[in-house]
Design a protein around this ligand. Sequence first.
Ligand SMILES: Nc1nc2c(ncn2[C@@H]2O[C@H](COP(=O)(O)OP(=O)(O)OP(=O)(O)O)[C@@H](O)[C@H]2O)c(=O)[nH]1
Length: 243
Amino acid sequence: MSRKKAVKSKAATSSPSAGSPAGKGTGKAARSSPGIVQMNGVVHPSRPSISNSSEFYDIAFKVMLVGDSGVGKTCLLVRFKDGAFLAGSFISTVGIDFRNKVLNIDGVKVKLQIWDTAGQERFRSVTHAYYRDAHALLLLYDVTNKASFDNIQAWLTEIHEYAQQDVVLMLLGNKARSAIVLTLQEFGVPFMETSARSGLNVELAFTAVAKELKHRSMKDPSEKFTLHEYVSKEMKGTGCCRS
Ligand SMILES: Nc1nc2c(ncn2[C@@H]2O[C@H](COP(=O)(O)OP(=O)(O)OP(=O)(O)O)[C@@H](O)[C@H]2O)c(=O)[nH]1
């Protein structure tokens, strides 16, 4: 991997660390995630902890964005983290990088460590190494690019091969333009359309995943939550026709 490109690109590369995705990596990963330990597959702070955005959190999870190159993974993450759209020329991600965001889910501070992977084929072996520690995967395709939709099955096969069996999985049709709310049953995975450009359903996608992860982690029998139901109840159309 070219060092020069990594600096120039949207994302730098970093290495996964066995069994401790957030705690002991090299470079950015290690510096950005102090004080995190993994227990029963869920990442908890070893003591009341702060994320690199200086916010306290109660539980932390690792979320990965995957999908073909150009479907909008980096833009989705930037929209969610900074509320902005990365316009201008497309610079492909090199390797993998992450950003943290803490969400307040029903009074619980849930930190999402969101890994943005490179969609290009040549980086596949790098990203494979990160799958096993992921608690959730957001699989993106581009609604304006049929090839990216046709590749979903191949991505799912890869996910089943490398990720944990119980990983939380959601399919996102990004670059959505229409106000029509689609429900895609084909893959048996919760689905919604998003737009990194307009912000459509971006917050909702990450919130839904955070709710599901928090629900699984807390195992509160009084709390009835299913990702499918939450997504179909909350999902909105754009109400306009530009993406
Ligand atoms: N119209 C529109 N364009 C988008 C949207 N999201 C991303 N784009 C554009 O699509 C191109 C690719 O976006 P990226 O976020 O860089 O794609 P990526 O999936 O991270 O690509 P790789 O890093 O190669 O894996 C850029 O030119 C973006 O401006 C969207 O919601 N709507």
